[in-house]
Design a protein around this ligand. Structure first.
Ligand SMILES: NC(=O)c1ccc[n+]([C@@H]2O[C@H](COP(=O)([O-])OP(=O)(O)OC[C@H]3O[C@@H](n4cnc5c(N)ncnc54)[C@H](OP(=O)(O)O)[C@@H]3O)[C@@H](O)[C@H]2O)c1
Length: 308
């Protein structure tokens, strides 16, 4: 399989290493992945687009929640050229999912986005494949490892939010600018993708009511503990009593016994409720650039196996 990597930062470099490391494993199923092009912001993609031997574009550009660019235009161009697209960039799925999926179907190629909704956590693909033939009625998830770590730290040490954030930054878990994580927008983006793809709802980020974790105090966390609960940043898509779909991201007190209660540290989890398969919870998965690259590789393997 000849691939082009578009945007070769942290995840792209980890993917290059992983392709080398997993070579023998992939060879067992006759999959030989050759990185034919690496395209950065100053490169011209036209040669890759016109290359009849190129099979897939792996789009790893920065997530732009406002308009999906530059990933969205790359995805349009490579799908139009009849190449599979695998992406970790949430922005292009948030803004272009239906259009890109239609384009992929027209061109007889695949659009794979397993990495966009929690990296290593098998969330979207599990929803697509393992809940096939069933309707997903609601989605609930702890979809951001950084905020989960911060809340865990506040609970374990009794410290205030700012101190827990500083620890997460020291440990390399939170970014220098953690705004998108702590204000809930990363979770909102992932929830939106899951809702669009798995519930087939035409929703936008404006439809998500978003509240982050920044205003939680040590006293709030302490009160929750006394009530047998833990605060988690939960993304939820569910129908209200009047049948209207409501999308929320907010800190919620999760009682002991709830399947999301034990999700600790940097872990993530998603819970689906369906009409015929019941309730399913998927939990865990490593965080960081290598697991994210491994999630991208998983999609490439699935395309090779014709599973996607
Ligand atoms: N890091 C993770 O653990 C993780 C997990 C899940 C999903 N993701 C998603 O995966 C994507 C990549 O993440 P990352 O951590 O690798 O980000 P990153 O380190 O910022 O890498 C992004 C790369 O894209 C390049 N780029 C920017 N504009 C471009 C353009 N117009 N054309 C081509 N390349 C361009 C950047 O080049 P410059 O350096 O020149 O700007 C950089 O090399 C993001 O969308 C992120 O949200 C990441």
């Amino acid at each position: 399989m000849n691939i082009a990597i578009i945007g070769c930062g942290g995840v792209g470099k980890a993917l290059l290493e992983l392709l080398e490391r997993q070579q023998n494993l992939l060879a067992k199923e006759n999959l030989y992945i050759n990185v034919k092009y690496i395209i950065g912001r100053h490169d011209d993609a036209r040669v890759a687009l016109a290359d009849p031997e190129l099979d897939a574009a792996v789009i790893l550009t920065p997530t732009n929640k406002d308009n999906g660019q530059p990933g969205l235009d790359y995805a349009r161009a490579f799908l139009s050229a009849g190449k599979h697209v695998v992406t970790a960039d949430k922005g292009l799925i948030i803004h272009g999912y239906r259009e890109l999926q239609d384009l992929a179907e027209t061109k007889g190629v695949k659009l794979a986005m397993g990495c966009t909704t929690g990296g290593a956590l098998p969330s979207i693909n599990a929803g697509i494949f393992d809940m096939a033939g069933s309707s997903i009625l609601s989605i609930e998830g702890i979809l951001n490892g950084t905020t989960n770590f911060i809340l865990d730290e506040m609970e374990a040490s009794g410290c205030e939010y700012a101190d827990a954030l500083a620890k997460a930054q020291q440990d390399g878990i939170a970014e220098a600018d953690p705004t998108l994580d702590v204000e809930g927008w990363d979770t909102a983006g992932k929830l939106l993708i899951l809702t669009k793809v798995l519930m087939d709802e035409r929703v936008t980020l404006d439809d998500v009511q978003v509240e982050g974790i920044c205003r939680l105090t040590a006293a709030d966390i302490q009160r929750a503990t006394e009530n047998g609960c833990r605060y988690k940043l939960v993304g939820r898509a569910a129908f209200d009593a009047s049948g209207k779909l409501k999308l929320t991201v907010k800190p919620e007190q999760i009682p002991e016994g709830n399947l999301l209660y034990p999700v600790g540290g940097k872990n993530k989890a998603v819970r689906y409720v369906s009409d015929t398969l019941g309730e399913l919870v998927i939990m865990g998965g490593a965080s960081g650039t290598t697991p994210a690259a491994a999630s991208v590789l998983r999609d490439l393997v699935s395309i090779h196996r014709k599973r996607i």
